[in-house]
Ligand binder design. Sequence first.
Ligand code: FAD
Ligand code: PYC
Length: 413
Amino acid sequence: MPYRLLKFALARRHPEPRMFRTHARLKPSYDVVIIGGGGHGLAAAYYLARDHGITDVCVLEKGYLGGGNTARNTTIVRSNYLTPEGVRFYDESVRLWRDLSAEFDLNLFYSTRGHYTLAHTDASLRTMRWRAEVNRHLGVESRVVDVEELRRALPMMDLSAGGHAPVLGALYHAPGAVARHDAVAWGYGRGADLRGVEIHQQTEVVGIELEGGAVSAVLTTKGRIATRTVLCAVAGSTPRITRMVGLSTPITIQPLQAMVSEPLKPWLDPIIVSGSLHVYVSQSARGELVMGASLDPCELHSTRSTFDFTEGLASHMLDLFPFLSRVRVLRQWAGMADMTPDFAPIMGTTPVTGFYLDAGWGTWGFKATPVAGKTMAWTIAHGRDHELIRAFNLSRFTDFRLTGEKGAASVGH
Ligand code: FAD
Ligand code: PYC
């Protein structure tokens, strides 16, 4: 149990401190300005201060901390990717995740559950074998399991999927985990604040000034900030910021929706994903089933949710778990996913001096929060891309060196 929680439980009075300081106004300049107070921006601020001693940093958030995709996601953490570059990167993230609660002295409810990706066709079974091979080669625990093993592990699941999409096998990834998403933003935010970083909520970036092709200032709703270094970590708002510096990326914004059921007694330990049926589900510590489906099919800069989604997802859930037919849906929501053509992120240096990108996180970026923060902080401190993120640089789209991760996306497209 984290020490702080124990101390709090045994104390007579509970003067719980605020998570981070509030600052009356912005300073006229900072060494580094981070746009976006989601998990990624806050993690980068934390590691800049902790690992590199760079503390003259401000994080600008137009709303509230974690109010973007960080607190809208379904919290699946895994490293069973397809490309060696992806597997190495996400595996480092899983390693960092395991120590975060202790490091923050804040319970992130990180819970290792095991992760099954179901295969309903020969083609998807082939991809599972491929992923298992690449994973094992790099020391990541993944293997293909047959229907008999699935029947024993998941007796409550209808392996015929209502008779129309029988399961042929699955990729099993033991390290698959879930965590409490908003606490991740608070943990990184508090850690950064304690080390001197300023966090400014309700502060929107509305422009960026360049001088001779290099960043010189950031314009906000609360005034102008002189700076030579900007990190853009705004997920679904990336095109609005990259336009400010004249950069173009292949990112499109598509809504990704999710929903939770009313709380149930614990019955589902692992995480189950079926890309073909467009459904994935885990059970939270509160007993709610946390469920999602595929991306909305067209570009839209909106977080509206739809009845179509609830209806489609509920029917696919019932294909696999018919006994849930009387369970009620508690709430649903959406986030704006910044999608890339190869399903890998866009990270690191850019052609604009002093402008760094941490974007293209689409439907897969929550799990990367720790490693993205750590490698972006290193990249900013050294002015060149960390070796773990070289394959994700924006230049890959003009050099024709894509990092194809579509086969490892949990969400159908
Ligand atoms: P965000 O958390 O979105 O933070 C960006 C912040 O920038 C926002 O708070 C926003 O308000 C702020 N901002 C935007 N514009 C400006 C501006 N002009 N000025 C100042 N601030 C600005 N990933 C997984 O790994 N596993 C999952 O299970 C998973 N499930 C998902 C389910 C759903 C429904 C969704 C929508 C996403 C899911 N993802 C998942 C993806 C994941 O949520 C994101 O990739 C990740 O949270 C991105 O984090 P971030 O910090 O980059 O962005
Ligand atoms: O990347 O594992 C994932 C994921 C699951 C649901 C959305 N993204």
